[in-house]
Design a protein around this ligand. Sequence first.
Ligand code: M6R
Length: 603
Amino acid sequence: MCGIIGYVGKRQAIPVLLQGLYKLEYRGYDSAGIAIIDKNTSEIKAEKQVGKIKDLHEKLWGKKLEGNIGIGHSRWATHGSPSIENAHPHISQSKTFAVVHNGIIENYIELKNELENKGYKFISQTDTEVIAHLFEDLYTGNLLDTAVKVAEKLEGAYAIGVISKFHPDTLIAIRKGSPLVIGVSKDENFIASDIPAVLEYTKDFIILDDNEIAVLNKNKVELFDIGKNKLKKEITKVNWSVSSAQKSGFKHFMQKEIFEQPRAITDTIAGFNSLDKTELFNILENIDRLYIIACGTSLHAGLVGKFWIEKFAKIPVEVDFASEYRYRDKIITDKTAIIGISQSGETADTRFALLDAKNEGAKTIAIVNVVGSSLSRESDFTLYTYSGPEIGVAATKTFISQLVVLFLLALELGLKRRTISKEDYNYLIKALSKIPSKVEKILLLDKSIKDLAYKYMNTQDFLFLGRNINYPIALEGALKLKEISYIHAEGYPAGEMKHGPIALIDENMPVVAVAVKDKFYEKILSNIQEVKARKGKIISIATEEDKQIRQLSDDVIYIPKTLDELYPFLTIVPMQLISYHIATLLGKDVDQPRNLAKTVTVE
Ligand code: M6R
């Protein structure tokens, strides 16, 4: 939820830390801070501010803080409200250690009591402050030994960065349960919660695993397990470009990411095709039931995937909220496989649900965007989406890429199981290859969708309706609108309306209906008539050249024709644009909506 960064090297640390924090801000943005070791005095100097990174940046203007080693943090409050005291870095009592932390220390009250009994004074309400005091309390003269002793005391999830005035050239990092990467370069090294934070300095990364410690100096990175055994780990080269993590002329990351979707689809198809899937099909060979678990937008992708897998591969699929699935009485046999879908690969609900199922004997597959993320390493097989970094909190291009992976997986499974013919497979693959240009065509409607957004921006509530494979798209449309515009929105299967929600309809209620020319067209027209009869306002997402829909709708967004099964790739795009424009017209911060974090690493 929070973002952490650390630097040791030849440059001034503060600009590097600030740049990194701007990139990490999407992970948490209620307060921020940095600490460095002063070049001249070797004392720890820290600055913190409530608000966004720019507020911290402004606070730092004109301050003389010079040092080549430091840590930084962007916070999303879990323990204690956003305040300067609760902002990280937390400093130990005698100002000898500074700590940044992402995660939750579950036994912090017990540790706090122990430390208070020894005379330590706490100034924050956070769980993190115990770590700073523990470093001071357990200090042996050796930083690695001390880190091990501290780690042995801590229960919960954490990624920690630490600097100490006793070791002014050394940065130390510990990971257990929260993401942490080490950026490796010449004469400088980095720690960060994710890759884009330091992408402008290096493309070489070491992905730290749980219970591992990294000791970084300017010229070297040493890795240890919790028993202090030295580890050798491979360097992962990432091919993300720096510009992929910048706005490139767009007003917001979300807007840029919506417009990147044609490229994300093409890259994900290419990535899927180039992968050796022998192991994947070994895992899936004899399974008779699949569970898909995920949260938020990833869950909606899973709901679409269910239609495809059941249709093409004839395997029964159940889709569940990861947070619910984890605590169910699971029915797992040696023929059960679990697919966990997650953009970040760090969502705690999804990770732990998948790990629990794995421990009970399920085979596990991850669909993930972030290379080397926890979920990918914890699963038996990973299918990557090739969206590039997604910075906007609202998932857009990663949703469409998740759909690509699920669609291709369903088709390949179908082919292997002989539940679809080679001709049908080729026909569907060909149709998929035309999707990027069709999405491009929809993106050209941006201006008219903005006009439509202007017309409806002052509405209190919205309904989104769809049937069959477009029903999850209605759910996703509603989620997009509510998370970035704070307008109340519900997604419903259109046929379910008459069983209750229709009572909500009056002349103030806009209803976005997916009314494409598929085999449910006539049925959705009837559902639209029901809304119309109660004076609701209809915004239809319809297939080009459909004149009939005009008679029934207040507004129509026309999208290109495709196969029935492929419409979700197209119907989602106008919904993303409607939400984006309504939110920006209302002056909302679409990239960092209130109360949300891009990666939710707490249960
Ligand atoms: O990283 P994940 O895909 O696991 O994240 C899951 C959800 O937290 C995420 O999709 C969330 O709902 C987004 N803000 C939706 O736009």
